[in-house]
Ligand binder design. Structure first.
Ligand code: FES
Length: 229
């Protein structure tokens, strides 16, 4: 049945076709109802169109404040005490998980012993998104996602390294590839220090950190073997 012909009772039909004041009143009511239905349909169409446009804009521009994909202040520098290899403990010393930003903030102390030196070290640090602080310590923001097939990689205090529970990819505390099926080292976000704030740009992912070798590895391989679980 069309919206232009809303249902009427047999009695109304008789009156309507007989004419007169009562017929005019029924006709008026039918007209009002038709207008109401049209306006309702227009309102539903308007709401659904607005929702579709808003959804498309969100997908195109996900960098809304405070959400993954945006630049986020993940904490104050004092909340991330630095550690040297051999001292890292998750959320206590040197490595801190920030699930909202899907990142591990790694803070290595100024006395960290790097395998590289001189220009090789500074080149590697800048190419791998490692930020040197005024006190000589180093900051990195690692993406928590395993570069093999995307599982979240936990930091294991017992091995002082990241070990993926899915297929065993294994990464150094600064995200360098150690072993397993991963095609490269862990990806990194852009990190910056703004006064006392630690800022992570989760809209920028560096996925170019390769498997290191003896000429490119930053810090030593952990000496403790890491079992599957
Ligand atoms: S997803 Fe991490 S090793 Fe496969």
């Amino acid at each position: 049945m069309s919206i232009d012909t809303p249902p009427i009772t047999p009695q109304q039909y008789e009156v309507l076709h007989g004419g007169g004041a009562e017929a005019a009143e029924i006709a008026k009511q039918r007209l009002s109802r038709r207008r109401f239905l049209r306006r309702s349909m227009l309102a539903v169409w308007g709401i659904s169109t607005t929702a579709s446009v808003a959804g498309a804009l969100y997908l195109l521009y996900p960098t809304l404040s405070g959400q993954f994909g945006s630049t986020q202040v993940v904490g104050k520098k004092a909340e991330f005490p630095a550690a040297s290899p051999g001292q890292f403990k998750i959320d206590a010393a040197g490595v801190f998980h920030k699930p909202v930003a899907r990142t591990y903030v790694v803070h290595m102390s100024a006395d960290t012993k790097f395998l590289l030196t001189g220009a090789a070290l500074s080149d590697q640090l800048s190419s791998e998104q490692v930020v040197k602080d005024k006190d000589g310590s180093y900051w990195i923001a690692l993406y928590q996602r395993c570069v093999h097939l995307g599982c979240t990689v936990p930091f294991r205090d017992d091995c002082e390294s990241f070990k993926c529970p899915c297929h065993g990819s294994h990464y150094n505390v600064n995200g360098e590839y150690l072993d397993g099926p991963a095609p490269r080292s862990l990806d990194r976000f852009q990190l910056s220090l703004n006064g006392d704030d630690v800022v992570v740009n989760t809209g920028f992912i560096d996925n170019t950190v390769l498997h290191p070798d003896n000429t490119t590895r930053l810090i030593p391989v952990p000496t403790i073997a890491c079992s599957a679980s």
